[in-house]
Every structure is written in structure tokens, then in C-alpha cells.
Design a protein around this ligand. Structure first.
Ligand code: NIG
Length: 410
């Protein structure tokens, strides 16, 4: 497939990098008036229209006046869940906080109850709709967590559903075992017993069935302590699961430190972070991931990503699609939030939502930029005036054509 007359090919790399840090996030390589060739699902070449190769192509797309971008890489979602939680949305409007709702047995525990009443098939049907929704809004690779299963069987169901989404849609899917999301009701007041069950039963079983790439813990007061996190991540690592951490969402929890200690591939949320955490993250392999959709939906402060970038750190952006703190997986809206609320510029936001997002799920060799040999995951915009129009027109539909794994999806 040949795409020709591209107004601007965005995030082009001659020398693919695995992530972009600090001041480099201000740069976004583009190739104006260009063509792109896709063969067998892979980007095989690109160049300027002055030297377009002649030949016979299976399909030719004329992208005059339009931009081509790599698909978004959404490295933090909980999009496999049952039902919805709009009653708690109303409770929040009436003044209850996320923590108060959780203490009353709502929140994650509420989603666990709904999941227990839902068959694996029905869970797939509900979740695949969300997967199709994110494909339509420009996402091509996604990480999906478990964490709403009240017992081992339902956690395994969730991971199987996530894997099936990877097989039955064109999305590239990475899966994360998040048994340590909340202590299930059957273990209430027995958190240590649950941590032991995670370490000795859940993690070995998840690993044995090959259902997860990563292990994650919600390290936060009222959920799992630094010590719990330390032990759970250790157990995961023994079974080949690289850590991710829900870190510093509601407080300075110590989640960043314990994540870096275990060489986590990412630490996510980071609303409560400052120079102390930045120092810990500097020159490590751990990607800081910000989730502005949760700050927007819960009406809380935003992660200080501008400061992180000024400090020389890389930053990724993800949607956090979930029923409690961000019931949306729209990465274009996340770009707008990052610019409007976190003061990133368009280039920083696009770097964060593409290449750095790919890094945060171990996919930057194959996804997140336009480079020879990478999977052809991209979208062609409608005729828009500039790249800045994308975060600016925060509610506009700007995507014209979606290509995933080299095939036209819509
Ligand atoms: O990342 N904070 C923990 N997990 C999700 C919210 C899950 C829920 O409320 O259902 C998050 O924000």
C-alpha cells in the first residue's frame, strides 16, 4: 500500500530511539510532502514526493492536505470491566471523595461485585466494544490490566478476555496482572492473608498460564503499602513479570521509590510527586506515565509533567480507561488535557502518547513512530490546518483513515 502526497508525516525516525527524554520531547521529526510504503503489515519505506518510487501497488491513498501520525500507544488501561459506576459519579458530584467511596465498599470493590455476576463471554462482549471505541479514536496498542476479579478465577477470566481482545481485534495488547488493586471483600480485615495468596497462589497461576506480561500494585494508603508492594513485585519478578506501579496517585506514597527499586518499566499516575521523586527517576529505565483523564474526572490536581520534562525526564501519557476514575479511552482528549491542564506543547504531548507510551509497554522497537521495519499502525487525519489543531479542537473528529497492522480498518 502506498500513501502519497502526505502533507506531513509525523514522528518519523531514521534512527529509531526507544524513548524521548527532557528537552528532546520538544522535537518531533516530520517529513513534509511525502510518501509512505507499507508491505506485509510493516512500514517498508518513506520519502519525499520528489523521489517517489514508481511501481504497481495493491492500494494507493492520496493524503493531500492531510497528516499521517503513528497510532497512539495507550500504556495504562483497565478496559476489561463489567457494567459502569455512574451512581458513584453522582455521589462524587454530591461531595464524596474517591477514597470515601472506596471506604464504603464502593469503587473497585463495586466493580468486583459486578464482575462476579458477569460471565466471561459477556465480559468479553462488553470489553471488546470499548476496544473498538479506542481503535476508532486512534489507538493501535494498549495495555490492559486485571484487578476487578474478587477471586483467582475471575482474575484469570479478565486476563483471558484481555488476551482475546488482542487476538480478535487489530489492537496490539499487553496484559498486566493487578491482583493488588483492592483487597477483595472475602479478605476484608485480612489484607496480609490476601497478599500471601497473591504471592503464593495467584502470581504462580497467572504466570503458569502465560496470561500476563507485567505485574502491577496500587501502592496507596488504604490499598497496598510500600512493604506489600515490595513483596508482591518481588514475587512477580521471580515469575518473569516486570513491574509497573500505580504510584503517588492520592498521596506521596513511596510508590515511585519502590517501583524504581525493582526496575519497573513504568510508574503511573504521579499526581503527588516532586523533586524527590524526580531524582529517584532520573537516569533509570522506568518511564513516568501521567494519566490526566483521572485528574479531570476526579477533579484533582494533575501530575507535574512539565517540571519532570524540565528536569530531563521522559514522560508518557495514557488514558487509564476504567469505570471509576476515567470512563474514557480517548487519547486525543488526553492530548488536549495534557496541553490545556498540564501545559505541555503539542510536540511533547505527541511524543508522550506515541513513542514513550510504546516504551511503557515494551513496544518501542515495533510501535510508536514511523520507522522502517515497524508495524504499520497509523492514522491519516482529515484536512486540518496544523498539528496544533489536534489538541486545540479538543472535541473534533480529526481522523479520516485508520491503518493497523498494515490494513485499512476504517
Ligand atoms: O488507575 N487507582 C486505581 N485504579 C484506577 C481506578 C480504578 C477504579 O476506580 O475502578 C486508576 O485510577
Amino acid at each position: 500500500m502506498l500513501i502519497k502526497n502526505i502533507k506531513s508525516l509525523v514522528q518519523v525516525e531514521e534512527q529509531p530511539r526507544n524513548k524521548v527524554c527532557g528537552a528532546d520531547m520538544n522535537h518531533l521529526n516530520t517529513l513534509e510532502n511525502s510518501w509512505l510504503l507499507i508491505e506485509e503489515g510493516v512500514i517498508s519505506d518513506f520519502g519525499s514526493m520528489n523521489n517517489m518510487p514508481k511501481g504497481e501497488y495493491g492500494a494507493v491513498i492520496d493524503a493531500s492536505g492531510r497528516f499521517v501520525l503513528p497510532s497512539f500507544c495507550d500504556s495504562h488501561t483497565h478496559l476489561v470491566y463489567a457494567g459502569s459506576r455512574e451512581q458513584e459519579f453522582i455521589d462524587k458530584l454530591n461531595g464524596l471523595s474517591y477514597q470515601e467511596i472506596a471506604r464504603r465498599g464502593g469503587g473497585i470493590l463495586h466493580s468486583m461485585e459486578k464482575l462476579a455476576q458477569t460471565s466471561e463471554e459477556e465480559l468479553f462482549e462488553q470489553s471488546v466494544c470499548r476496544a473498538k471505541e479506542i481503535i476508532a479514536s486512534g489507538t493501535g496498542a494498549v495495555e490492559i490490566k486485571s484487578g476487578y476479579g474478587p477471586d483467582l478465577k475471575s482474575e484469570l477470566n479478565m486476563l483471558r478476555v484481555a488476551k482475546r481482545i488482542g487476538r480478535e481485534t487489530p489492537l496490539e495488547v499487553k496484559t498486566t496482572f493487578l491482583g493488588a488493586h483492592a483487597v477483595p471483600k472475602t479478605y476484608s480485615d485480612r489484607k496480609e492473608a490476601y497478599v500471601q495468596a497473591l504471592i503464593h497462589t495467584y502470581i504462580p497461576e497467572v504466570a503458569d498460564q502465560g496470561l500476563a506480561d507485567y505485574i502491577d500494585v496500587f501502592c496507596e494508603e488504604g490499598f497496598f503499602s510500600v512493604d506489600d508492594t515490595d513483596r508482591i513485585l518481588n514475587a512477580g519478578i521471580k515469575y518473569g513479570l516486570r513491574p509497573k506501579v500505580h504510584a503517588n496517585q492520592l498521596s506521596f506514597s513511596g510508590g515511585v521509590q519502590v517501583g524504581v527499586k525493582h526496575n519497573a518499566i513504568s510508574v503511573d499516575h504521579l499526581e503527588s510527586t516532586d523533586t524527590k521523586e524526580f531524582k529517584v527517576l532520573k537516569n533509570t529505565e522506568t518511564m513516568p506515565v501521567a494519566l490526566p483523564g483521572a485528574s479531570f474526572f476526579l477533579n484533582m490536581h494533575y501530575a507535574p509533567v512539565k517540571k519532570m520534562i524540565d528536569y530531563g525526564l521522559p514522560v508518557a501519557l495514557a488514558s487509564n480507561y476504567n469505570p471509576g476514575s476515567c470512563p474514557s479511552g480517548d487519547m486525543k482528549f488526553i492530548l488536549s488535557l495534557a496541553c490545556i491542564k498540564m501545559k505541555l506543547n503539542t510536540k511533547q504531548a505527541i511524543n508522550a502518547a506515541t513513542l514513550n507510551g510504546a516504551y511503557a509497554m515494551g513496544l518501542s522497537r515495533s510501535h510508536g513512530s514511523i520507522a522502517k521495519g515497524k508495524i504499520a499502525n497509523l492514522f491519516i487525519t482529515q484536512a486540518i490546518p496544523s498539528l496544533d489543531f489536534i489538541p486545540y479542537a479538543f472535541n473534533a473528529q480529526i481522523i479520516d483513515t485508520i491503518i493497523l497492522k498494515g490494513k485499512i480498518i476504517s
